[in-house]
Ligand binder design. Structure first.
Ligand SMILES: *Cc1c(COP(=O)(O)O)cnc(C)c1O
Length: 824
């Protein structure tokens, strides 16, 4: 017993290395060290990517010091942990965010300068982590940053896709999808945690096994196993307040089994199984707002849910030794229904693995889970064929049946009729039996939230009407937000400086102080400075447009911007049709004094979404004609910037004068692009949809251009199922636009190209493009009037920046933490 170790019960009192210094000299020597000893390059031959890696590693070290502190704090003070489960994290680049949040901008810049390396050039070289499609994934990324900034102990759990969202290129105006390769040069932010690996089962059968005490336990014998390996990325909050972990799972084969198969001569079989395992985390599904319905997608959902839950339960037991405290110490937020199978998987782990009985397991599960709904579009509500779930996840399906039986029994006791019961059932019996993930998430969670006031109210009336009657306390609203660090301080340094000069720097820590700008909205001197910052941002964007498209645009023209996923409900079609109307008018009345505009579009279409891709082609076709028509004299320019992603958004948004938020009312759950634009001093033209409603309440009706049908009116019109032919025939402007597009004015090479797209407007006009056209056109002319008097315009946009601080994701996260997670 000569070498017994002394008892060290408290892990967080372990020794720590000396924290890194933050001055330029220290950074200089450390970047050089990283370049030499971690990257293995001599500075005389180092390339820009080597410098990028070295700089990232040096910055990362400083974040790690804070990471350890944060983790120790959580353990030491037994803090509740929040787990945010999301199939998507659209985080974009991390270097600027990390440097800025750690307050290292000046010293890193100076350190790099001494090596003759431009920090901006490095930042621009980092690949975008595009592990998401659009708003839902970007929300998850903003939430992670806010949870660190306001010190909520949190983990993001998701998938480490080898290929994120496809890269978009244009070929003769058509979208072409190319594979995206963000890991090609390695990823210096992540830590592979081979020790945190879990086995994930699929298929097989369930066996009831009698226990010593006479009870029966279900044992799942999967026919297939895959290993989930954790990769951790530290997410640092503002001023390094806290560092949380984004843990992404990668699928790998379980080696020994395959080696056995390989060695026994089944070479192909072994390789196939290996490829099948890795396929789970190879690609992100590129569809926004419509489930792909493929078996591989369900495998992805279960894979990351199961790995995350095993990790959560393991960590909880390690600290507390007992699962009874799970709801007090753990909150799990489901970002949409993609991780909803977690409800059944948690029940399985609690009962079959941990030995709890049903009632106790159900109480713990419900106390721990909360669910966020993101869409009401019927085609986007996730369902899976029961037969598929039974085959892939037999034990989880048994549990779903048991949950359903329990819920339906309760419904009968409460006196619901058969129609109501059919509506709340987890199984949709109409047309092939399907498991409804929304219903599963709803009944298994103690909180169900929508993402804007309007969306939450519609949720109560539509998808979850009956469940809401049964559980009237469960639905609540948490209007989305965006992080003001990335979406103001980092992307718009000019405006940040101007605001600081005027109201002091306090707004950087307390964004609500932006309201102080309100008092300066009519100050002509301040207006001119505000406009000068905007002009500089527009000049920078004009440069990008010229480089990428070869199109020259005038920075003094109004920059009218619609950037988001291309979708019929978002109505890029309405926007480009308005452009055609303007084009016709300018040609017909060259003598009038037109307000010059640049219409800027950007966004990706799901590869299988034909109409969305056709709308991209239409935008490019109209752009070509308009931009080269001398009769237009540059008064109208149209550009489509390819490959929309977070980094491009960061360049475009600070340069926008007008923000297009024109979805068919009732269809956009919240929108977050709308918030980013308003924060950066753009005027919104929009419908009463999603968070636009609340933006109007805050900026005031004079400082936003609202038009069009309301959600209720859209609903009524759809119910009438009438053609809008009369509406179209009454509108001379609209008629001309449709005839020009349908007749091939913009597609002389294929005159029929847009015929059916335009015919659709006459038939059902599901998205109300024709019915909203005149109102939209009138609202645009009102916008022109505002623009014509620059003082009027500047007052309005300053009010926007001053009054939208409420849409900070810090506020959103505070509400989640206080009202749902009880974690502050
Ligand atoms: C903010 C953001 C979105 C969401 O935009 P919406 O206009 O709300 O649809 C989508 N993609 C990226 C890259 C974003 O930054």
């Amino acid at each position: 017993m000569g070498c017994e170790m002394p008892q060290k019960p408290i892990v967080y009192d372990a020794p720590k290395p000396q924290p890194r210094a933050n001055d330029a000299e220290s950074l200089k020597s450390e970047i050089l060290e990283k370049l030499t000893y971690a990257v293995g390059k001599d500075p005389i031959v180092a390339r820009r990517t080597d410098w990028l890696t070295a700089t990232t590693l040096a910055v990362r070290d400083r974040i790690i010091d804070q990471w350890m502190e944060s983790t120790r704090d959580t353990w030491r003070n037994s803090k509740k942990r929040v787990y945010y489960l999301s199939l998507e994290f659209l985080i974009g680049r991390l270097l600027r965010d990390a440097i800025s949040n750690m307050g290292l901008m000046d010293s890193v810049c100076e350190a790099l300068k001494s090596f003759n390396v431009d920090i901006e050039e490095l930042i621009e070289r980092e690949p975008d982590a595009a592990l998401g499609n659009g708003g839902l994934g970007r929300l998850a990324a903003c939430f992670l940053e806010s949870m660190s900034s306001i010190k909520v102990p949190a983990y993001g759990y998701g998938i480490r896709y080898v290929h994120g969202l496809f890269r978009q290129e244009m070929s003769e105006g058509w979208q072409v999808e190319l594979p995206e390769d963000w890991l090609a040069h390695g990823n210096p932010w992540e830590f592979e945690r081979r020790e945190s690996a879990y086995e994930i089962g699929f298929g097989g059968h369930v066996e009831p096994v009698e226990q010593a005490d006479g009870t029966v336990r279900q044992v799942w014998h999967p026919s297939e196993h895959v290993l989930a390996v954790a990769f951790d990325t530290p997410i640092v909050g503002w001023r390094g307040a806290r560092v949380n972990t984004l843990r992404l799972w990668s699928a790998q084969p379980i080696d020994p089994i395959l080696l056995d198969r390989f060695n026994s001569g089944d070479h192909i079989g072994a390789l196939e199984e290996s490829a099948k395992a890795e396929a789970i985390t190879r690609v992100l599904y590129p569809a926004d707002d419509s489930p792909a319905g493929q078996e591989l997608r369900l495998r992805q959902e279960f894979f990351f849910s199961s790995a995350s839950l095993q990790d959560i339960v393991r960590r909880h037991l390690q600290q507390y030794g007992d699962l009874g405290s799970l709801p007090d110490k753990v909150a799990i937020q489901l970002n949409d229904t993609h991780p909803a199978i977690s409800i059944a998987e948690m029940m399985r782990i609690l009962m079959d693995v941990q030995g709890l009985e049903w009632n106790e397991a159900w109480k713990l599960t419900k106390g721990t889970f909360a669910y966020t709904n993101h869409t009401l579009l019927p085609e986007a509500l996730e369902t899976w064929p029961v037969a598929l779930v039974e085959r892939m996840l037999p034990r989880q399906m048994q549990i779903v049946y048991a949950i359903n039986a329990m819920v339906l029994e309760e419904a009968r006791e409460k006196g619901l009729d058969n129609g109501q019961i059919a509506s709340i059932s987890l199984i949709d019996e109409a047309g092939g039996r399907r498991l409804r993930m929304g219903q599963l998430a709803f009944v298994g969670a103690h909180s169900v939230n929508g993402v804007s006031a309007l969306h939450t109210e519609l949720m109560k009336k539509t998808v979850f009407a009956e469940l809401h009657k049964m559980y009237p306390e469960r639905i609540n609203n948490k209007t989305n937000g965006v992080t003001p660090r990335r979406w103001l301080l980092q992307c718009n340094p000019g405006l940040t400086k101007l605001i600081g000069d005027r109201i002091g720097g306090g707004f950087q820590d307390d964004v609500e102080q932006l309201i102080k700008l309100d008092a300066h909205a009519e100050d002509v001197g301040f207006q001119e400075q505000f406009a000068a910052v905007k002009l500089a941002n527009k000049e920078a964007l004009a440069h990008v447009i010229r480089e990428r498209l070869g199109v020259v645009v005038d920075p003094h023209a109004m920059f009218d911007v619609q950037i988001k996923r291309i979708h019929e409900y978002k109505r890029q079609l309405l926007n480009i049709m308005e452009a055609v109307a303007q084009y016709n008018l300018i040609r017909a009345h060259p003598e009038k004094s037109w307000q010059p505009r640049v219409k800027i579009f950007s966004g990706k279409a799901a590869p299988s979404y034909w109409n969305a891709k056709l709308i991209i082609k239409l935008i490019n076709d109209v752009a070509r004609v308009v931009n080269t028509d001398p009769a237009v004299r540059g008064l109208l320019k149209i550009v489509f910037l390819p490959n929309y992603n977070v980094s491009l958004a960061e360049k475009i948004i600070p340069a926008a004068d007008l923000s297009e938020q024109i979805s068919t009312a009732g269809m956009e759950a919240s929108g977050t692009g709308n918030m980013k634009f308003a924060l950066n001093g753009a005027l919104t033209i929009g419908t009463l949809d999603g968070a636009n409603v609340e933006i109007r309440e805050r900026v005031g009706p004079d400082n936003i251009a609202i038009f069009g049908l309301t959600a209720d009116e859209v609903n009524e019109l759809r119910a009438q199922n009438r053609s809008p032919r009369d509406v179209i025939e009454r509108s001379v402007t609209l008629n001309q636009v449709i005839e020009a597009i349908a007749g091939g004015v913009f597609s002389p090479d294929d005159r029929e190209r847009y015929r059916s797209l335009m015919d659709g407007l006459y038939e059902h006009d599901w998205f109300m493009v024709a019915r909203d056209f005149d109102a939209y056109y009138a609202a645009q002319r009102q916008v022109d009037n505002y623009w014509a008097d620059r003082k009027v315009w500047n007052t309005k946009v300053i009010h926007n920046t001053a009054r939208v601080a409420w849409f900070s994701s810090d506020r959103t996260i505070r509400q989640y933490a206080e009202e749902i997670w009880k974690a502050l």
